[in-house]
Write a protein that binds this ligand. Structure first.
Ligand SMILES: [Zn+2]
Length: 116
């Protein structure tokens, strides 16, 4: 994501491609916050991990028959039509927002072990 704010060596800053004369006074505060945010150099996803305790969560399959999974972070239950969180594109828990570190499908592994 490219930055919208530029900064000159003397400390002056502005919005790329827009002169201050074109910007309504009421937007200055919002642009100042945008400048501060962009200068942190981190993405919104990274900010999200910083605002909680930074821990990652694991999703475990609670009910194999109905394919219901539980977030170890917030305890929310979620049912998938097929497969698990990874196969369905869940990078983070939609209930608590924490990043899903991995999944635990112990019962599936047991099932595969039985087949051998
Ligand atoms: Zn969660």
């Amino acid at each position: 994501m490219s930055k919208l704010i530029y900064r000159e060596p003397n400390g002056n800053w502005g919005v790329k491609g827009v002169s201050w004369a074109e910007i309504p006074d009421g937007l200055y505060g919002a642009l100042y916050k945008l400048k501060d945010y962009e200068e942190t150099g981190i993405s919104p996803a990274q900010v999200r991990t910083l605002t909680d305790d930074g821990s990652l969560v694991v999703w475990t399959r609670e009910d194999k028959e109905h394919n219901v999974w539980r977030c170890t972070g917030c305890g929310a239950l979620h049912r998938f039509e097929t497969d698990g969180p990874e196969e369905n594109g869940f990078n983070c828990c939609p209930y608590c927002g924490k990043i899903i570190e991995g999944t635990d499908e112990e019962d599936v592994l047991d099932e595969e072990a039985d087949e051998t």
